[in-house]
Design a protein around this ligand. Sequence first.
Ligand code: CDM
Ligand code: ATP
Length: 305
Amino acid sequence: MNVATVRVPAKINLCLGVGPVREDGYHPLATVYQAVGLHDEVRATSRADDEINVVVNSELDVRSELATVPEDDNNLAVKAAKLLRDHTGFVGGVDLAIRKVIPVAGGMAGGSADAAASLVACNDAWGTGLGRADLEFLAAKLGSDVPFLLHGGNAVGGGRGETISPVLARGSYHWVFAIAAEGLSTAAVYAEFDRLNADGKVPEPKVPDALLAALRAGDADALGDALSNDLTEAALSLRPELQDTLEVGIEAGALGAILSGSGPTAMFLASDEQHSLDIAFALTSAAACADVVQSHGPVPGARLA
Ligand SMILES: C[C@](O)(CO)[C@H](O)COP(=O)(O)OP(=O)(O)OC[C@H]1O[C@@H](n2ccc(N)nc2=O)[C@H](O)[C@@H]1O
Ligand SMILES: Nc1ncnc2c1ncn2[C@@H]1O[C@H](COP(=O)(O)OP(=O)(O)OP(=O)(O)O)[C@@H](O)[C@H]1O
């Protein structure tokens, strides 16, 4: 019996450019990912038989959403373990234990993070010895965000999000996250994007030059101005009250304020630790969300603990 524990971060999209829906139902993206310091943990304990089991628990169960995380074959961490086993021909099973901190259905890629962590943890516990490139290949099959969660740091995402390329970046950034009481379905937000754009022509997405320049310079003010998210209108159409949450952070002087991915988490850029506390305080006082979390990025991707 071998045990491997992996810590994996959440992601945010500093920009999220969304193009016209493709024939396979996915949308082409031009995004810059950043991994941030909210971590899930996945522990893999190898089994001699062929069972793959999962249990999920959390010390931060602020929302009923945790109950919606499946403890069966639908869990993305289980899918990852099965994919690795099929790919390598390994004979044996695993018990997976997930400690969730990343908000569920929060637009921060929590499920994708657990899938990335499960790949790394099982690869270690089973001794299957796959390298980075093979793990990234499997990650792309599991979901659009999964390859980035292996990678971590900052990266440009293309294709449907699964193609990762490096970005020149410096600086560490202070973030405040407003966690909503109820999650939003990623598929539903993309469907709303299509509905809202049914009449117009959606241009091919592009990462804004101003954002890349801000990251190269490590300039938090410029980064705040350059944050963007093409899913904003769709997410706000499904959840109009998120506009109020964004405004509370803006009034508290956030350098930038957007929704994280498909939402409903709102993210605010602060200039330093004290500013981050001020924004967190304003959000809490205004009861603008269910929970407030301060964090920083970039941080590394899925790693053995
Ligand atoms: C919103 C983001 O988090 C931004 O990084 C991602 O685009 C979502 O990534 P994800 O949750 O890993 O998405 P997947 O599990 O691959 O897809 C979930 C659903 O989202 C929609 N989807 C996802 C990615 C994409 N580029 N276009 C899409 O239309 C599809 O309806 C898909 O069925
Ligand atoms: N390990 C997992 N953790 C969380 N959710 C999971 C997991 N496995 C499957 N799911 C399912 O996926 C749904 C979406 O959860 P997730 O937390 O990944 O959303 P998200 O963070 O909004 O995703 P993204 O940012 O990638 O769009 C959950 O409601 C749950 O049903």
